[in-house]
Design a protein around this ligand. Structure first.
Ligand code: GSH
Length: 220
């Protein structure tokens, strides 16, 4: 079976890239610029909405980052990173896997506000404030869940941490993690992982989406 991952730096496909590396799988990486190139007919033939990630594994094509996470665990993991149905941590694994999108969606809205909408007059200060507050509330829940834990599950690092880790990576662009000490410590632990580091683009990579550490009210 040959695996291909369609990827844009610092986007949700970083979750898939990181997990592929944690699993030690061989794959082909197709890095695309974030933006209009995703709507080219060749890529729309792979992913009908022209978004990332998209994973092709033989005759399987998947284009939802959390479905890709589940698929990779169910297909290639030995029980280290995934939690199969019936496992005592399965429910928690699912809960935090999907909660990673609850955290991420605010980072996505703020990315639209501060980066995608280039004309500042078209941005919405109200939306920026609302999404920042909603992001912070979602981090409070995460901070409580991480009390006394190194990773989302008590048993240690799993694939869920690649999904959540990326959400925290995005959150860090728009708010200060120092207000959430458990989340900040968690993120430091994740950043130390070689597979995370290998999934981040170099600082001088021209296809980086984020060129600043912080944006918005925390970036000033
Ligand atoms: N629910 C999807 C969302 C995919 C998605 O919106 N990806 C963003 C990058 S984080 C994208 O491709 N945006 C490009 C665009 O909307 O043009 C997933 O989890 O994979």
């Amino acid at each position: 079976m040959s695996i291909t991952l369609y990827h844009c730096h610092q986007s949700r496909s970083m979750r898939s890239l990181w997990l592929l590396k944690e699993l030690g799988l061989e794959f082909e990486l197709k890095v695309m610029p974030f933006g209009r190139a995703l709507r080219e007919p060749e890529y729309l033939a792979v992913h009908p909405l022209g978004r990332v990630p998209c994973l092709v594994d033989g005759d399987v094509t998947l284009f939802e980052s959390l479905a890709i996470c589940q698929y990779l665990c169910e297909t290639y993991d030995d029980g280290t990173l995934g939690r199969a149905a019936g496992h005592r941590e399965r429910i928690e694994w699912l809960q935090w896997l999907h909660y990673s999108e609850t955290v991420l969606i605010h980072g996505q809205m703020l990315t639209q506000q501060y980066l995608v909408i280039e004309d500042e007059t078209l941005r919405s200060p109200l939306l920026q404030k609302l999404e920042t507050r909603r992001l912070e509330k979602s981090l409070e829940v995460l901070n409580d869940a991480l009390d006394g834990r190194d990773y989302m599950l008590a048993s240690g690092f799993t694939a869920v941490d690649t999904a959540m880790g990326f959400s925290v990576y995005m959150a860090d662009r728009f708010t200060s993690l120092s207000n959430y000490p458990n989340v900040a410590a968690y993120f430091e632990r994740l950043r130390a992982r070689p597979a995370f580091q290998a999934s981040e683009p170099a600082l001088d990579d021209p296809l980086r989406v984020y060129t600043q550490d912080r944006y918005g009210e925390f970036g000033r």
